[in-house]
Design a protein around this ligand. Structure first.
Ligand SMILES: Nc1nc2c(c(=O)[nH]1)N[C@H]1C(S)=C(S)[C@@H](COP(=O)(O)O)O[C@H]1N2
Ligand SMILES: [Mo]
Length: 252
């Protein structure tokens, strides 16, 4: 059977099974095809499994829309932030020179990178839209290095299935599957539009994930951990989001 017709079959199967036999059957079918998100057992798990499974089968390699420079928003909307932790203020006072991005977990060579180390990786930029689930969005240019460049340098092991990422803000941690972690538009950014990345937008390092909703584009990144299971992270649902009612997978 060609891979396309197999995909159609699995997609149709997951959808039909969910309709007829409910969540449990959809979950088992999705799991057998490797298409179950980590938060499948949470309150909205059935919907999340259908969305994630269908998107992974049909749009795994698709690109987020990129825009011409003329469409960059004049006044990008920076979402409100909680007061920064003391540690952040200390690092900011030193111009973020002592900021550390740790790369660990299932990697052959754990790394510790400063913002200037990150600038030595290949530079990519993209003009994409960021959309908050609360209904607003803006278009900006983000400049940085693809996440896959850093993962490649660290020698991420083939067993790894997720990249967990953490902000210096304690509540904020999340994860991507390898399809999004290795996607060419997933960038570790340090600049935006015509300048450095402003603190409001996540300086010194922000992960931009343009194929998903705004909350996956986390600010103030301090750690990346490769793992084959989400079991030992938080409540095991893949990120802090499902713990407060948002889906782990936020594809758009
Ligand atoms: N560390 C951190 N990252 C974060 C947030 C946050 O409060 N703290 N907010 C998220 C949410 S909900 C959205 S919609 C976007 C907002 O991005 P913006 O400020 O560039 O509009 O950042 C995401 N990343
Ligand atoms: Mo958001």
């Amino acid at each position: 059977m060609s891979s396309i017709s197999r995909r159609k079959l699995i997609t149709a199967g997951i959808a039909a099974t969910a309709g007829v036999a409910g969540v449990g059957a959809a979950w088992r079918l999705g799991r057998s095809a490797g298409l179950v998100p980590p938060d499948c057992r949470s309150a909205f798990g059935a919907g999340a499994t259908l969305t994630y499974g269908a998107q992974r089968l049909l749009t795994r390699h698709s690109m987020a829309r990129e825009f011409p420079r003329s469409m960059i928003s004049k006044a990008p909307f920076g979402n409100e932030l909680a007061p920064p932790p003391e540690e952040f203020k200390r690092l900011q006072a030193g111009g973020f020179a002592d900021w550390k991005l740790t790369v660990d977990g299932m990697v052959a060579h754990p790394l510790t990178l400063s913002p200037s180390d990150l600038r030595r990786f290949p530079v990519r930029s993209q003009i994409t839209e960021i959309s908050c689930e609360e209904g607003w969005s803006y278009i900006a240019e983000w400049i940085g290095t693809p996440l896959y460049e850093v993962l490649h340098e660290a020698g991420v092991l083939p067993q790894a299935r997720y990249i967990v990422y953490r902000s210096i803000e304690p509540f904020w941690w999340d994860s991507l599957d390898m399809a999004d972690a290795m996607h060419p538009q997933t960038l570790l950014t340090y600049a935006m539009n015509d300048g450095e990345l402003p603190v409001r937008f996540g300086a010194p390092i922000r992960l931009r994930v343009p194929r998903q909703l705004g909350y996956k584009s986390m600010k103030f990144i301090v750690r990346l951990t490769a793992t084959d299971s989400m079991k030992n992270f938080g409540k095991g649902l893949g990120s802090a989001s499902p713990e407060v009612g948002y889906s782990w997978y936020a594809g758009i």
